[in-house]
Design a protein around this ligand. Structure first.
Ligand SMILES: Nc1nc2c(ncn2[C@@H]2O[C@H](COP(=O)(O)OP(=O)(O)O)[C@@H](O)[C@H]2O)c(=O)[nH]1
Ligand SMILES: [Mg+2]
Length: 342
């Protein structure tokens, strides 16, 4: 009997969930990054308009005012066949969501679990809520833990950090700018272009290590701009994780044609003194297609915990002992109020 391989097993898929997930993914789609297929899933039809050529799956929760992540996960059980169909045949999937709301926080851990069952390498890319969005922290913390359990790698983007220099900007432009930055950073690392490229395979190698990965960006126009941009990117990470826990990193510099070899050298040496315990494995890339301002894109990886783990108060009380396998279920409304009386 002739052996026929399953169709499209070499494909790379990206799926966006909820409002933030769909918006970030649609920005990424516009960068022409080397992703073969796109899919969008949400309970709000508006989010699915982000999709141009991609597939979209509307999860119909009816007309409820406020929903919860576990309720949405429950409704999504009816769509399991469609979800498996979207995932099947992919070698690698990027799952993208903004945690803290109900849709993304509910769906991303569920789909990560299904992807694991289907044997698809799963990289979750998540944004964490702003510091002022206190009522969103609990759902985000619980979801983050479940995402990690079912993903081969988790890239965390802190909305506060990625936008820290743009707080004065009108809110209508704000999310769009944040999303542009995220997709710019990820596409530069994944795409195999520039004078020295990193590429998808090296990225996957660097971040699949059972720890969290943090994405940050630093910019500078000073004389030592490569080094200063690098230092800024690393310092952002300090507020989220324990820097010594880093085991690997990707540093990608984008500047103009005046980047000198020794600048790359100094930036990497500086990175080694600031992250890890002297044995940081650094992957470097650079491109001279940018402007006068130097941008350092950093993916730092291997962190066992982050400040966001404290967003789930149950974790501290129970120390990894679970009430049941779907912990939010039934108690999530009561517990989301806990955050507000801290
Ligand atoms: N980076 C980014 N974050 C967003 C965007 N839209 C919403 N968020 C944040 O994402 C979190 C979840 O919100 P949302 O995506 O609306 O929830 P969901 O639709 O229920 O999954 C909140 O902390 C928002 O501040 C966006 O376009 N970009
Ligand atoms: Mg929404």
């Amino acid at each position: 009997m002739q052996y026929l391989p399953p169709p499209n097993t070499d494909k790379v898929l990206a799926v966006g969930f909820g409002t933030a997930g769909c918006r970030v993914l649609s920005h990424l789609e516009k960068t022409n990054i080397s992703i073969d297929n796109y899919a969008y899933m949400s309970c709000e039809k508006q989010d699915l308009k982000c999709s141009s050529a991609g597939k979209s799956l509307f999860i119909d929760i009816g007309f409820r005012g406020k929903s919860t992540p576990s309720h949405i996960r429950g409704v999504a059980q009816k769509y399991m066949r469609e979800i498996r169909r979207i995932l099947s045949g992919s070698r690698l999937v990027f799952l993208v969501a903004g945690l803290g709301g109900s849709t993304g926080s509910g769906l991303i851990p569920l789909v990560a679990e299904v992807a694991k069952e289907e044997g698809v390498l799963t990289i979750s890319i998540i944004t964490m809520p702003f510091g002022f969005e206190k009522s969103k922290h609990f759902y985000a913390g619980v979801s983050l833990k479940n995402v990690r359990k079912n993903s081969d790698a988790v890239i965390i983007i802190d909305n506060d950090i990625i936008s820290s220099d743009k707080e004065q900007m009108p809110i209508s432009r704000f999310y769009s700018l944040v999303n542009e930055r995220i997709s710019f950073a990820l596409s530069r690392i994944v795409e195999s272009s520039g004078e020295l490229s990193v590429g998808l395979n090296s990225m996957v190698d660097t971040i699949t290590n059972n720890g969290y990965t943090i994405l940050s960006i630093g910019t500078s126009s000073s004389i030592n701009k490569a080094e200063e941009a690098t230092v800024k990117a690393v310092e952002s990470v300090y507020s989220i994780v324990e820097p010594e826990e880093a085991s690997s990193a990707i540093l990608y510099l984008v500047g103009d044609k005046s980047i000198a070899a020794n600048e790359l050298n100094t930036s990497t040496s500086r990175l080694n003194t600031m992250l890890g315990k002297g044995a940081l494995e650094v992957h470097q890339g650079f491109s001279t297609s940018g402007g006068e301002t130097m941008t350092a894109i950093l993916l730092a990886s291997g962190f066992k915990t982050t400040k966001f783990d404290d967003y789930d108060p149950l974790e501290k009380i129970l120390h990894n002992r679970q009430i049941d396998s779907d912990m939010e279920c039934g108690i999530d409304d009561a517990l989301s109020n806990l955050v507000q009386i801290e």
